[in-house]
Ligand binder design. Structure first.
Ligand code: C2E
Ligand code: CA
Ligand code: CA
Ligand code: CA
Length: 275
């Protein structure tokens, strides 16, 4: 039994070594990716349900590695956060997104995801200001999407930074609303312009009365607080119709369109209204 235990120990050690090596390799590739400009932004429409038209796009980063192929942001953004690379990547995203949006009609907004690390280890208002100035984009067209973890990890720093951004006319959205455990208390403590309801809340709204009721309540909550409400992950016409009946402001999801490259934005803007 003793020898057996040792064998297991050794097995796990080898496995952990391999995981570490794979991580180091990914980290090295990620560093090179920043230099080699292997990143690209895709854009997913934000669809205004009252006006039945696209009112903005969310920028979503894509990494095309020459050998690995497409690596998901769910995989590399957390690593980039851990090793500090997310600050450089985030600056690139801000600049690229603002430059791209400057070529769109004036009433089309651009939403950019901001990671917790960008809040604590960079001068975010300065980076944002430079991206806007460089692109000659009006601050009122920019929305920054932040998750609850951003605020949790930087409670004291976050509020003045958010106010500095808002004073410049930039809008702030709470991303993935409902997935954390403090979502509700944050709504009154931070100056959000918009809440984005996480896609996990949409799945059952058509078939399940309780899920429908929860969705209705969150939409009313957003309304009562004077915030715009976006529902993420809308995949079917039935979900969209239900949300329209509930007077939800905005939807985003595969039903309207998946994220697409910059070159497809003009085409998406020409789409007939979705029913
Ligand atoms: P997120 O900000 O919540 O972005 C929405 C994610 O849902 C995107 O995944 C999008 O492709 C996906 N999605 C959109 N519509 C649907 C739908 O109808 N059904 C389903 N099942 N999924 C849908 P993506 O592009 O893989 O991004 C994953 C996450 O990576 C993002 O979640 C965000 O947290 C992070 N991320 C992406 N780009 C950036 C970036 O530029 N900076 C930072 N800091 N994080 C980013
Ligand atoms: Ca987002
Ligand atoms: Ca989200
Ligand atoms: Ca997310």
């Amino acid at each position: 039994a003793k020898a057996d235990g040792r064998r297991h120990e050794r097995f796990f050690t080898v496995e952990m070594d391999e995981k570490m090596q794979a991580r180091h390799a990914l980290e090295a590739d990620l560093r090179a990716a920043v230099q080699n400009e292997e990143f690209e932004l895709h854009y997913q429409p934000l669809y205004d349900l009252a006006q039945h038209r696209i009112c903005g796009f969310e920028a979503l980063i894509r990494w095309n590695h020459p050998v690995r192929g497409r690596v998901s942001p769910m995989e590399f953004i957390p690593l980039a956060e851990e090793v500090g690379l997310v600050v450089d990547i985030g600056r690139w995203v801000l600049r690229q997104a603002c430059n791209d949006a400057a070529q769109w009609p004036e009433d089309i907004k651009i939403a950019v995801n901001v990671s917790a690390i960008q809040f604590s280890s960079s001068d975010l208002p300065k980076d944002v200001g430079e991206a806007l100035a460089g692109a000659e984009l009006s601050p009122s067209r920019l929305e920054l999407e932040i998750t609850e973890s951003v605020l949790m990890e930087n409670r004291d720093e976050a509020l003045p930074i958010l106010h500095a951004l808002k004073e410049r006319g930039i809008r702030i959205s709470m991303d993935d609303f409902g997935t954390g455990y403090s979502s509700l208390s944050y709504l009154s403590s931070f100056p959000f312009d918009k809440i984005k309801i996480d896609k996990s809340f949409v799945n059952d709204i058509v078939a399940n009365k309780e899920a429908h009721a929860i969705m209705r309540a969150i939409i009313l909550l957003g309304d009562a607080l004077g915030m715009r409400v976006t529902v993420e992950g809308v995949e079917t016409a039935e979900q969209m119709a239900l949300l329209e009946r509930e007077a939800c402001g905005e939807i985003q999801g595969y039903y309207i369109s998946p994220p697409k490259p910059f070159g497809d934005v003009a085409l998406m803007l020409c789409m007939p209204p979705k029913k």
